[in-house]
Write a protein that binds this ligand. Structure first.
Ligand SMILES: Cc1ncc(COP(=O)(O)O)c(C=O)c1O
Length: 400
């Protein structure tokens, strides 16, 4: 496959990078990227097979290792994140698991924010413990807690900022500086932002992980994940683990996600526009003032930090309605928004984290992560703002 020069590094904006990086043609000169739905690749001779396997000749050999459609997706994500390289995985959890398995060994220690996705906490509580990897959990925004948790065996800081679903944040530049000074890798799950809203590598992080299932797809179709960062760290450690364990992204999913990236900057702007207006509208409702969580609200305690390290305030808005009963009544009353365990879809989605995505955590773990029984997560979609507001208003009224 002939590749065009692409647009990386030429000073283009995100919308252009998302549409043009990895321009490609086969001899058919197709204008949309081809889908290489093949598990393996042919060789002209046994000698060529030997040479490609030995790394003496470039080429694809097996789709668990490399696939041209997956490579296009990786190249475009790397360009958007401002990363040297990216490696795609079968899901967001596969990306997170690969990072842990590839970079940590028995006897090592990792510091993980208390506010991370439920499955990430489950991995820390089960797999990492079983592998004799020490885990300390700290309050995300408390830099002194991160520092105090460091031991001579600490190899990694792992966090989400903003965290799903509490939207708490940490000063990424300061935490990355601490990690760099102590020789600790800083790994950021950037799902809630996407590179269009926040670029952790530019703020000093070592690796970014994504559930591409979310905004990168943007239409709730396929699972996928990706890890972006320095080429050497990825190729020396993460890629060998990935290709041997088989957590590779399917070419079909890569094709869907690659097409999703083309509109990511445009969609993120609209998602954020709608979310800012939804948060302001909800916060103005009688009795809801302090119950609305959104980094862009004037009284959010970390608003200044969000302004500094994020381009927009994101598209997740949370509401604490005080009790599970009212939270469920509100969700059941929504007519437009969809109850589902996902986020980042074009359609407005809602989730009750305490009984779904974070249900497997202990009561104490949930409370320390700020996940109360009354908390409802809204992933604000791309619908007409007026229709989202009308739906939320009528469901709130019915929940009273
Ligand atoms: C913040 C965050 N990280 C990771 C994941 C896992 O992604 P996936 O479902 O693609 O494995 C999710 C999924 O909801 C998430 O919200």
């Amino acid at each position: 496959m002939e590749r065009g020069a692409g647009v990386k590094g030429r000073g283009f904006g995100a919308a252009t990078i998302a549409l043009h990086t990895g321009r490609e043609t086969t001899p058919e000169r197709e204008n949309s990227p081809p889908l290489f739905l093949t598990s393996s690749f042919r060789f002209d001779s046994a000698e060529q097979a030997r040479a490609v396997f030995a790394g003496e000749e470039a080429g694809n050999l097996y789709s668990r290792f490399t696939n041209p459609t997956v490579a296009l997706f990786e190249e475009r994500v790397a360009a958007l994140e401002g990363a040297e390289h990216a490696v795609a995985t079968a899901s967001g959890m596969a990306a997170i698991t690969m990072v842990f398995l590839a970079l940590l060994s028995a006897g090592d220690h990792v510091v993980i924010s208390r506010s991370v996705f439920g499955s990430t906490t489950n991995i820390a509580n089960t797999l990492l413990k079983r592998m004799n990897i020490g885990v300390s959990r700290v309050a995300l925004s408390d830099l002194s807690a991160w520092e105090a948790a460091i031991t001579p065996a600490t190899r990694m800081f792992f966090l989400e900022t903003p965290a799903n679903p509490t939207l708490e944040m940490v000063d990424l530049e300061a935490l990355s500086r601490l990690g760099r000074d102590k020789g600790i890798w800083v790994v950021v799950d950037n799902v809630l932002c996407t590179p269009c809203v926040q670029q952790p590598l530019a703020l000093g992080a070592d690796l970014v992980v994504h559930s591409a299932t979310k905004y990168m797809d943007g239409q709730g179709r396929v699972l996928g994940g990706v890890i972006a960062g320095a080429r050497k760290l990825l190729m020396d450690h993460i890629y060998p683990m990935l290709r041997n364990t088989g957590a590779s992204l399917s070419p079909f999913n890569a094709w869907v996600l690659f097409k999703g990236l083309e509109t990511l900057p445009l969609r993120m702007d609209r998602h954020c526009d709608n979310a800012e207006r939804v948060a302001a509208h909800l916060a103005a409702q009688p009795g809801l003032g302090g119950a609305v969580l959104y980094p862009g609200l004037p009284d959010h305690p970390q608003r200044e930090l969000a302004r500094r390290q994020m381009r927009r305030f994101g598209a997740i808005v949370c509401l604490d309605l005080g009790s599970r009963e009212r939270a469920h009544r509100f969700m059941d009353g929504l007519e437009l928004a969809i109850i589902t365990a996902n986020l980042g879809d074009g359609r407005t989605l809602t989730t009750h984290p305490a009984t779904t995505t974070h249900a497997k955590l202990s009561h104490e773990e949930r409370l320390s992560a700020g996940i109360t029984e009354g908390l409802v997560r809204l992933s604000i979609g791309l619908e007409d703002l007026r229709d989202i507001l009308t739906d939320l208003d009528q469901a709130l009224e019915r929940s009273r």
